[in-house]
Design a protein around this ligand. Structure first.
Ligand SMILES: [Zn+2]
Length: 203
């Protein structure tokens, strides 16, 4: 195919690189062009390493058989770690939530990733999430406490309620992550819902 002037920016290969970079969230045309030029101008080895890392990750990262988070092997390092507390299971929507909680460094129990939240309007029902697998997980390996750490959106709350009903008979205690005032937050700027939750859930 002959690359005609006016088809794109520089060359067909350059335009394709820009197009692929735009797949990333928050990356528009200008940013993608800047990234492509940055790699081409003196960062080609790093660009090749990036391409290789992407290829390895896209083909090599799979779902952990136990917690359904991301994993390089059948079972992820968190599920394999003998120092984690087996008696507590934290249920989250996505692998990104596992990362966020791990980075906060305060939790030492196990995880379970649902793969999203219930959203009937978008066609996401219980069968589309790992809810059956969660029930089987707590039946097979009893836990003392199951922490529902889904979002505080309407969908997240609905999902938490649904799971609570589904697992109640099989776990010692079902808890919900606390909702309230963020660290450094000033009361006068909080929405009334958050403030009312914080007053109800005081410690
Ligand atoms: Zn796992």
């Amino acid at each position: 195919m002959v690359y005609k002037e006016g088809d794109g920016l520089l060359t067909e290969k350059f335009d394709n690189l820009v197009k692929q970079l735009r797949v990333l969230p928050g990356v528009g045309q200008k940013t993608a062009q800047r990234m492509a030029l940055h790699l081409l101008n003196g960062k080609r080895p790093q660009g090749s390493a990036l391409a290789q890392a992407l290829d390895i990750a896209m083909h090599g990262i799979i779902e952990c058989q136990q917690c359904h988070s991301f994993s390089d092997d059948e079972v992820c390092p968190i599920c394999l770690d003998p120092r984690r507390d087996d008696s507590v299971l934290c249920v989250v929507e996505t692998a990104a939530d596992v990362m966020a909680i791990e980075q906060s460094a305060g939790y030492r129990g196990r995880y379970f990733v649902l793969g999203g939240h219930l959203s009937p309007l978008d066609g996401i029902n219980a069968d589309d999430l790992n809810i059956d697998q969660l029930v089987n997980r707590v039946k097979a390996t009893p836990v003392e406490e199951l922490i529902l750490a889904t979002s505080t959106t309407v969908e997240g709350q609905t999902t938490a309620h649904f799971i609570s009903e589904a697992v109640r008979r099989h776990v010692g205690k079902v808890t919900r992550i606390a909702q309230g005032i963020p660290m450094g937050g000033e009361l006068e700027y909080l929405d009334s819902m958050t403030l009312s939750q914080a007053l109800q859930n005081r410690s």
